[in-house]
Design a protein around this ligand. Structure first.
Ligand SMILES: [Zn+2]
Length: 451
């Protein structure tokens, strides 16, 4: 790796300038701002790095696809990332403009610096440094890159694209750099993401809001809704939908050991969150155990009736609750939805409407998959530190496209810091995180060739 590290050191400023070029181009998928221009810009930067690149149209924002290495190489690694970003609002809270990247206190500030341009670009520069140091990729190894422009709007076309291009995307493993390293600064390797069923429950009992004197004789949608909600989850935190836990994959002994090895202090976690206690789940109140292995049923919002100043005596006509249910392997959003519908019907809530706002499959790569060891060795080499291994994390993402649709292991190797402020004002990427990422990306090529 010394030869590659020397190349990276020599090119520090250039690698940073090229990232800044990418960060200066807005690519706000939700607002259709600059996404196509960013795809073309990224294509040019990838070509310069030695990647043969093509742009594929989708129904909305294009996919940028690239390859490096011998076309007939037997082994392939597929790197996934997204070049679209969240809207930058509220603009007044940015200390420097979101699309004018700048470095302050060892951090690169700018929209997309960590989520996800900075992290995906570390892979592009990792390859470039490898090619410059070694004159080409190792024999028999091909690198593939798929960078989408729709992740921040829930990847509506990624699964369809993958299903239609299975041969093109065929690889031994997928690598994805998102999320963040451990709070302590130790690098992390993440093997799973939760799925999601996002629903809204709608209860309507009368044709319009009325004087609350009528509550003596007419049914209240709000009482009906809160009573219904108490049937979904109990005081003990356990979800009551029949069959909810049937498909929950039991963690292996190794996975449990890995979760217990994540550095964590219960008291510090409670203090950091301002919480008096942690949820006693089905088996434990271990913060990371429940975050990794347990599905949730969260009420994200509940609204009805008068919310204004002072009092207003009203009998509301409608009540709404938005719920996000984060699912773990091998739960299926469709099955959970059907079970919930049947359950509500059995309880006599046939009148309650369920609106579906989103569905995402969960995904987890087994700890003993050999490509996990490859990623761990690469991270160890690049950081000269032992990575913290997460069998899964509480968040959701499109990993199932790789583990499910494309049937390959998927390993997350983050480079950003935990306080990256992604989706928020003053998003940042730790400067050394970017260069650690470049070193890790080069080390992944090295280790993949040996695997
Ligand atoms: Zn994001």
């Amino acid at each position: 790796m010394d030869d590659i590290n020397r190349v990276i050191e020599r090119n520090r400023q250039r690698y940073l300038d090229d990232l800044f070029t990418l960060l200066r181009q807005p690519s706000i998928s939700a607002q259709d701002t600059g996404v196509r221009e960013c795809a073309r810009l990224l294509q040019g930067l990838m070509e310069e790095a030695g990647i043969r690149t093509r742009i594929f149209e989708t129904a909305r924002h294009p996919v940028v696809y690239g390859e490096a290495g011998e076309p007939d190489a037997e082994k392939a690694i597929l790197v996934y990332g997204h070049y679209d970003v969240q809207p930058p609002e509220p603009l007044a809270e940015w200390l420097s403009p979101p699309f004018e990247p700048s470095v302050r206190d060892g951090k690169i500030y700018g929209r997309g610096s960590s989520d996800n341009k900075g992290q995906l670009f570390a892979h592009v520069k990792g390859l470039q440094s490898y090619l410059e140091a070694r004159g080409g990729l190792p024999r028999g190894l091909k690198m593939k890159y798929i960078f989408e422009g729709e992740e921040e709007i829930s990847s509506p076309n990624l699964e369809g694209f993958a299903a239609a291009h299975k041969d093109l995307l065929k690889a031994d493993a997928a690598i994805f750099s998102d999320s963040h390293v451990h709070e302590s600064g130790f690098p992390t390797v993440i093997l799973g993401l939760k799925g999601m069923l996002y629903i809204e429950l709608v209860v309507k009992t009368i044709k319009q809001d009325m004087h609350s004197l009528k509550a003596a004789s007419l049914p209240s949608p709000v009482w009906r809704l809160v009573t219904l909600l108490s049937h979904i989850k109990g005081e003990d935190g356990v979800v009551k939908i029949p069959g909810y836990y049937d498909d929950v994959r039991r963690p292996t002994a190794e996975e449990i050991r890995a979760v217990e090895a994540i550095p964590y202090e219960k008291v510090a976690i409670m203090r950091d969150h301002g919480a008096s206690h942690l949820i006693q789940g089905r088996t434990t109140d271990h913060y990371y155990y429940n975050l990794t292995f347990e599905p949730t049923a969260n009420i994200a919002g509940i609204f009805s009736g008068y919310q204004g100043k002072g009092s207003k005596t009203v009998l509301p006509a409608e009540a709404h609750a938005k719920l996000d249910l984060r699912l773990v392997p091998d739960q299926k959003p469709k099955r959970v939805l059907n079970n919930l519908r049947d359950y509500l019907d059995d309880l006599g809530y046939n009148d309650v409407r369920i609106e579906v706002h989103g569905e995402l499959e969960p995904s987890r790569t087994p700890l003993d998959n050999p490509w996990v060891a490859v990623a761990v060795r690469a991270v160890r080499k690049a950081y000269s530190m032992e990575p913290v291994i997460y069998p899964g994390i509480g968040g959701s993402g499109p990993n199932y496209v790789f583990t499910g649709t494309l049937g390959m292991p998927c390993v997350l190797v983050p480079f950003a810091a935990h306080d990256q402020a992604n989706h928020a004002p003053n998003e940042n990427m730790i400067l050394e995180g970017y260069f650690n990422g470049i070193r890790t990306a080069a080390a992944i090529i090295d280790e993949a060739a040996k695997a």
